[in-house]
Design a protein around this ligand. Structure first.
Ligand SMILES: Cc1cc2nc3c(=O)[nH]c(=O)nc-3n(C[C@H](O)[C@H](O)[C@H](O)COP(=O)(O)OP(=O)(O)OC[C@H]3O[C@@H](n4cnc5c(N)ncnc54)[C@H](O)[C@@H]3O)c2cc1C
Length: 447
């Protein structure tokens, strides 16, 4: 009998783990479960819709499913509101948790709870067509938007809001999202960055993209820092970014329909509004002799109707597993889950839930290989599960009222999205409503 291994999460780390298990040559049968009917995690619901090349990594990620060597069970949530982890354990020798980091970190400033204030996780999920966020419906009826953060996600959000509807129509954004962007009143997107232009660690290609938009201009607000001269950074990326920013700072402000303002040395203090965001108060910051960001006490107010904070993510605790609240990850040693320093038999982690929300998609490959190496070393000593037969899992899911989306069903949904794309001149248009996704996946055979 093969060892049975479940991978929870069909994002990059889970799929790299499935591939590593498959190519190990060890006698394992692998099932990948995801709470959504569609695979690929943040490649589908995080990577910006206009980053089409980046999404082509899907061709690599889908390989384990192609000859049906690995089973996909979409629409199966494990843990709270789904199949209890303890029950899943009775079907597998080992479980790899690859559930990512889906929770937005807060700024911790007053007014954050107002309508019109979003974490980038929810805002990005909305424009990427994640079924949990179709109802977000952010009001794009005010000319000003603030995006808080100095990473690539902040630039993604700013770019999507600044692009023309024609540019976005060529992407996979769902119809209702495109309609919202088409009727958007947004004119000025203010990116609020606590540090100076010499410190930002955007990927230079991402920064360059906002300088190349058809209908938007970048305006650099640096309080004269660049003209006065800043120390040349040693980091290659920072150096390239500084070169671009130095070039842009002298550009006259033209009459482009939209502007992306890069506001350096600004930190949010509070959001204003009566029920809904109507402004944001920022404090000017400075960098002290030890390189720390310090407030100057000098405040400014920006007129905005929407605030998106792109300041990082944290993992969601998995009931039944230890969790480190400070890092938002599951404690582990090389992928083996540990409780009080002792390995939890048969429990493994990979990806963002293992190491936190850092690195690019490819980083998850080596990370997953490390976890799988630990798992394979442990397999012979792991106790056999009570219900190892594949049919027993199907029966258990049915008993919970869950009809999984298998790989063939996902391919039906995939084909429907490609068909919708053809109607709009795009490669695909996402189906976002859960019921519609399931209808398309299960097709005529739906009960
Ligand atoms: C907005 C954004 C943009 C990004 N853009 C880029 C980019 O352009 N280039 C790049 O290289 N990297 C990018 N990244 C980083 C990249 O997406 C991550 O490195 C990668 O997705 C992490 O993989 P993961 O498998 O750990 O998590 P995820 O991709 O989040 O996958 C986790 C999966 O687990 C599933 N899941 C969660 N909970 C459960 C549960 N209880 N039961 C069952 N299933 C569950 C989820 O549905 C999801 O499919 C971006 C990240 C973000 C947030």
């Amino acid at each position: 009998m093969n060892y049975r291994v479940a991978v929870i999460g069909a994002g990059p780390s889970g799929l790299y783990a499935a591939a590593a298990l498959l190519t190990s040559g060890d006698p394992v049968s692998i099932e990948v479960l995801d709470r959504l009917p569609a695979p690929y995690g943040l490649v589908r619901y995080g990577v910006a819709p206009d980053h089409v090349k980046m999404k082509s990594v899907i061709r690599v990620l889908q390989k384990p499913f192609d000859p049906a060597d690995v089973e996909f069970l979409g629409g199966v949530r494990i843990g709270e509101g789904g199949i209890p982890l303890d029950e899943l354990r009775t079907h597998f020798h080992a479980i790899v948790h690859a559930t990512g980091s889906s929770l937005d970190r807060d700024l911790g400033v007053p007014g954050e709870e107002l309508a019109g204030s979003y974490g980038s996780g929810e805002f990005v999920s909305w424009y990427c067509g994640h079924p949990d966020f179709t109802g977000l419906d952010p009001a794009l009826d005010h000319p000003g938007v603030a995006v808080v953060g100095a990473g690539n996600v902040a630039l993604d959000v700013a770019r999507v809001l600044a692009k023309s509807a024609e540019e976005m129509a060529a992407t996979d954004v769902p119809g209702p999202v495109l309609d919202a962007l088409r009727s958007s009143a947004v004119r000025d997107v203010h990116v609020l960055i606590r540090r100076g232009p010499q410190h930002v660690r955007f990927t230079p290609a991402e920064l360059r993209q906002i300088g190349d938009l058809a209908d938007a201009q970048v305006v650099v607000h640096d309080d004269g820092l660049l003209a006065a001269g800043v120390d040349e950074p040693e980091d290659r990326r920072q150096k390239q970014n500084l070169g671009m920013l130095t070039e842009w700072v002298d550009r006259p402000v033209g009459d482009a329909p939209r502007r992306i303002h890069l506001r350096f040395l600004r930190s949010p203090v509070r959001l204003l509004g009566d029920g809904r965001v109507s402004g944001i108060v920022v404090e000017r910051t400075a960098i002290d002799a030890s390189g720390r960001v310090v407030g100057t006490g000098e405040e400014e107010t920006l007129d905005v109707g929407l605030v998106v904070r792109a300041i990082g993510y944290a993992g969601e605790p998995i009931p039944g597993l230890p969790f480190d609240e400070a890092t938002g990850t599951v404690p582990n040693e090389g992928g083996r889950v540990v409780a009080d320093g002792v390995p939890v038999p048969g429990a493994y982690v990979t990806g963002w839930i293992k190491r936190g929300p850092t690195g690019v998609i490819g980083t998850n490959k080596g990370d997953a290989q490390e976890t799988v190496a630990a798992l394979l070393a442990d397999l012979p000593s792991l106790p056999a599960p009570a219900h190892p037969e594949p049919d027993a899992l199907r029966a258990a899911l049915a008993a919970h009222g869950v009809r999984p989306v298998d790989w063939t069903s996902w391919l039906r949904l995939d084909a429907e999205e490609v068909r919708r794309g053809g109607l709009r001149g795009a490669e695909r248009v996402k189906v976002a409503e859960l019921a519609e996704m399931l209808d398309a996946a299960h097709g005529a055979s739906a009960p």
